[in-house]
Design a protein. Structure first.
Length: 402
């Protein structure tokens, strides 16, 4: 496995030691990237060496931190050819442990937390990250302290409690949960594994980029549509593509990266439309796709930069479009997607209609989780959507012959 040579700030490029736990750049609060000696790795490693390795994200050991993995079998999820759209592939992250792509980032983060000797971890979560932290902390023998909105899907709360995490339900949004973690972490001795507040969740998520490249025979698609709350997956994949080019495994080509958000919480889309480099806090965030209910992403400046560099776009879809896409994937593709994942299909439909993508463009849509974790949410939406039948009247008397 590779040695992380240093950590690098994405704002000021300051180098920090990877020998101790780090959060964000102390100078400007920038997100930190783990850096490797890719020139040395390039000389010693070839893509064909991956053959026969375990089908988990840890098959890419050369570009992951040098620590004993805390793994539950995450990664190397299938790329399924769409039955509806000939040039579309669906990357189904719902088949990860704990049912979502969050398993990747938390596997890497917990691996390094244990490596550093940390004992207590805390996270604010819109749902799936909570379950993933709880599971991997249990596997590593660490304490997990979770703060989540009280209206998250029931599965997220139940699984976190069963894994033994300390769960606090908050009357508010993930931003309120993050504030509570920030206020208490020093006193409680917690290490904060919030989105982009430590460098290794990116390392786990970047393996999605390595997998897309490998599963497409080291040729990148024309586009990638990614449901974006905190945006770590999109950021991680872009980092992976740069590393792959430096390793000589791909060229300079890049997919057009597409961020999709819900119209009820679309801070990145608003910033993109206004030509800004950072987003503003989204007021009164509301969407049935819990993972997209992130009023402001910490790494918004990185996401917007990636969209520009890739000639991509940020788009918003309505909850009605999301629900329709979710039903469509289930009935046509046999994929029971999370609402966040179904947003990718809703975005693709709109981008095909607008001409942003042509019928011949190879496009990868990310389903970020399984719909099985949203049964209470979906049942509630269906109840609202279904018209109420009139109450039957009880009529007394004798029923005569037919």
């Amino acid at each position: 496995m590779a040695h992380v040579t240093h950590l690098e700030c994405t704002k000021c490029a300051q180098s920090l030691s990877a020998d101790i736990p780090q959060t964000v750049c102390p100078k400007d609060g920038g997100v930190l990237y783990a850096r490797y000696d890719l020139a040395a790795i390039q000389k010693a490693t070839r893509p064909e060496q991956l053959r026969g390795r375990p089908c988990t994200m840890w098959r890419y050991a050369e570009v992951l931190p040098d620590a004993s993995p805390c793994s539950l079998g995450e990664g190397f999820t299938p790329m399924l050819a769409s039955r509806e759209y000939p040039n579309v592939l669906i990357k189904d992250e719902g088949l990860n442990p704990t049912g979502s792509f969050k398993a990747r980032g938390l596997s890497a983060a917990i691996t390094m937390a244990k490596h550093y000797g940390l004992k207590k971890l805390a996270i604010p979560s819109a749902g799936n990250a909570a379950g993933a932290l709880a599971a991997y902390a249990a596997a590593a023998g660490l304490e997990a302290h979770i703060f989540m909105p009280k209206d998250v899907p029931m599965a997220n709360r139940v699984e976190s409690e069963y894994y033994g995490a300390r769960v606090t339900l908050v009357d508010g949004l993930i931003s309120d949960c993050a504030r509570m973690v920030a206020e208490r972490k020093q006193k409680e001795g917690w290490f904060d594994v919030s989105t982009l507040k430590e460098p290794y969740r990116i390392e786990g998520k970047k393996t999605m980029g390595y997998e897309v490249a490998e599963q497409m025979d080291w040729r990148l698609p024309d586009g990638i549509i990614y449901p974006t709350g905190g945006g770590v997956g999109l950021i991680g994949m872009w980092k992976a593509f740069d590393e792959l080019q430096e390793l000589g495994w791909i060229g300079s080509e890049r997919p057009r990266m597409v961020t999709v958000q819900s119209s009820g919480c679309a801070p990145i889309v608003k910033a993109w439309d206004e030509g800004k480099n950072v987003s503003e806090m989204w007021p009164d965030a509301a969407t049935s796709a819990a993972g997209l209910r992130v009023p402001k992403a910490y790494g918004d400046y990185i996401i917007l930069d990636i969209l520009r560099k890739s000639r991509g776009i940020a788009v918003a879809v309505t909850d009605e479009e999301i629900l329709d896409a979710l039903r469509n994937w289930a009935r046509v593709e046999g994929i029971f997607a999370a609402p966040e994942g179904a947003a990718a299909l809703a975005a693709y439909r709109n981008l095909r209609s607008s001409g942003f993508f042509s019928p011949t463009d190879k496009v990868v849509l990310f389903n970020t989780g399984t719909g099985l974790k949203y049964l209470d949410t979906l049942a509630g939406l269906d109840a609202v959507a279904q018209p109420k039948l009139p109450t039957s009247r009880h009529i007394a008397g004798i029923i005569g012959p037919y």
